[in-house]
Design a binder for this molecule. Structure first.
Ligand SMILES: [Zn+2]
Length: 211
């Protein structure tokens, strides 16, 4: 049996990923072949309450089991998420190392494990731990660490956020999930932080209104 754990941040990319996995594998959590679940991690992000609520709501809508983890003390504080206006300024050092490790540690004790992460091509430049080489290395490390098969599933690596949204245009559940996702580092749609900027660019590219 394979267990798939989606790192669900409440943001655009991971929300679209959860919809894609939940919809392309109907009944997976019922037939016992593959258990799909979602994990949200509180790491001290300034708008964790809104992000966590969005993540939990989406998982519930999709009938995907959801767990949240509080690990803020694992990261240095303060970080610059609330004040940065550039992707480079929004880097939380080693974030995905820890997030993937938390999902790994909480994975079922038997069977194959897939850790699904919504990293996109847009993330690769500023965030080293969103790059294919890191994710491949993590997969190898995790397989050694558990002495069984661990896969890192990152299907959006070659896609921009705008492309993802455009592909989702004819899928009402995906578009609804995208619109209800939370991207802003400051807690609301401030329109200034780098997450808001890349989100609005993606919606513009896809010619979809962000409601
Ligand atoms: Zn913002």
């Amino acid at each position: 049996m394979t267990s798939t754990i989606v790192l669900l941040s409440g943001g655009l990319d991971s929300s679209l990923l959860l919809v894609a996995l939940a919809q392309s594998r109907p009944g997976v959590s019922l037939d016992g072949r593959e258990n799909l679940s979602a994990a949200f991690v509180f790491y001290g992000q300034p708008n964790a309450a809104l992000e966590g609520a969005a993540a939990k709501r989406l998982a519930k809508e999709l009938s995907v089991p959801f767990t949240d983890f509080a690990t803020a003390d694992a990261f240095p504080r303060p970080h610059n998420l609330a004040t940065s206006t550039t992707p480079q300024g929004s880097v939380v050092q080693a974030r995905n190392v820890l997030l993937l490790s938390i999902a790994l540690a909480h994975a079922p004790p038997e069977g194959k494990i897939k850790l699904a992460i919504g990293a996109t091509r847009d993330d690769a430049e500023a965030f080293p731990d969103c790059r294919p080489r890191f994710l491949k290395r993590f997969e190898e490390m995790a397989t050694e660490a558990l002495d069984r098969d661990v896969f890192v599933e990152a299907p959006w690596l070659d896609c921009t956020k705008g492309y993802l949204l455009r592909q989702a245009r004819n899928h009402p559940t995906a578009i609804a999930a995208a619109r209800s996702s939370i991207s802003c580092y400051r807690g609301t749609r401030c329109g200034v932080c780098s997450a808001c900027r890349s989100r609005s660019e993606a919606f513009r590219f896809a010619e979809i209104e962000d409601q």
